[in-house]
Design a protein around this ligand. Structure first.
Ligand code: PLP
Length: 354
């Protein structure tokens, strides 16, 4: 029998035109070789709390049962930690899913969604999926909150704070001013890196009914592989988002692990302190190597050589088993995750040699 010939037509027959036109979000590389020094996707170089493994193991005994659809135990712990109402807390399969839920619940075709630029590129992808419009408000050289956001015509404003890939943070008072000026607009503050920063705006979700704060266990709690994100908002908006989300979006294992991680603040804080100490050393040494480094409030730094295309440097590092992130939109910069001291020493040695 003849094999059917492969479909070669590039014509998108089935999908919506806005999907066919989309390039799709490109996540950083995940190599299978564990010897690679991974400084490209902002993971925590330290392992999660040992209590996470025990809790997940125990939860395995009940895998025949669906998980709690709302993750009540985790939500109540989050509410205690941040001094918020558990009814206003919603869990996601990573905070990426919460961003997606917000878009699906709030943004209709043609609506405008505004955010600073450059920022987390997934925002553009999610807006495009809604057949909506991204409005980019360019950050200035000091990465202060773009003034344009105060007045821009938009149904939703997203602020990644601290911001990726710059690593910079805007003061909480500027976010307060924005939320107050934009009372009728939903303001989403993506605080994926807030535990590495000097201050956060999490409690704004309580004081401002138009504010949603997103947190994640992926970075500071070393649980990128578990996929748990936390949304904090009003009980009213949380109830609306619950209509959009999958009933069982956070698995039984993820809920058990998340609760154990949240119950061990000491481990998370110790790892954050180590990352911050290594960050300081990394920045100083990069500056000695003639890089411009923006002040980082995250677990990564953006190292720039203004005017010099750094793609060859990224590739030379990769050839030596060290991955960092390069963005074609900012060709004179490399985004470097703060790894362990040993990993950062290897990176710095190779950079000095290049
Ligand atoms: C890592 C990251 C997230 C989300 O991570 P999840 O793993 O989906 O929780 C969200 N926003 C920014 C800016 C990030 O860097």
């Amino acid at each position: 029998m003849q094999k059917p010939s492969p479909v070669t037509s590039a014509r998108p027959v089935y999908v919506r035109p806005e999907i066919a036109a989309l390039a799709g979000y490109v996540p950083g590389e995940q190599p299978s070789d564990p010897r690679v020094v991974k400084l490209n996707t902002n993971e925590n170089p330290y392992p999660p709390s040992a209590a996470v493994r025990d809790a997940i193991s125990e939860a395995c005994a009940r895998l025949q049962l669906y998980p709690d659809p709302s993750g009540r135990a985790v939500r109540e712990r989050v509410a205690e930690l941040y001094g918020v109402d558990a009814e206003g807390v919603i869990l996601g399969n990573g905070s990426d899913e919460l961003l997606s839920l917000l878009m699906r619940a709030v943004i209709a075709p043609g609506d405008a969604v505004a955010f600073g630029s450059p920022t987390y590129s997934l925002y553009d992808t999610l807006v495009a999926l809604q057949a909506a419009r991204s409005v980019h408000a360019p950050y200035g050289p000091d990465y202060g909150l773009p003034r344009e956001l105060q007045t821009v015509d938009a149904r939703m404003i997203l602020v990644c704070n601290p911001n990726a890939p710059s690593g910079t943070a805007v003061p909480r008072r500027d976010l307060e001013a924005l939320a107050t000026a934009r009372r009728d607009t939903l303001v989403v503050i993506d605080e994926a890196y807030a535990d590495f920063a000097d201050e956060n705006a999490t409690s704004m979700a309580v004081q401002h009914p138009n504010v949603v704060v997103l947190r994640t266990l992926s970075k500071s709690y070393s649980l990128a592989g578990l996929r748990v994100g936390i949304g904090i908002t009003t009980p009213e908006l949380a109830a609306q988002l619950n209509k959009v989300k999958d009933s069982y979006n956070v698995s039984r294992l993820a809920q058990a692990g998340a609760l154990a991680a949240l119950n061990d603040q000491a481990t998370m804080q110790a790892h954050v302190a180590r990352v911050r100490a290594t960050r300081l050393r990394l920045v100083r040494r990069l500056e000695e190597l003639a890089f411009d480094v923006l002040p980082s409030q995250t677990n990564f730094v953006l190292a720039r050589r203004p005017g010099q295309v750094l793609l060859p440097v990224k590739e030379a590092l990769a050839a030596r088993g060290i991955l960092v992130r390069y963005f074609a939109e900012i060709p004179d910069a490399l985004r470097i995750t703060v790894g362990t001291d040993a990993e950062i020493d290897r990176l710095l040695d190779e950079l000095a040699r290049l």
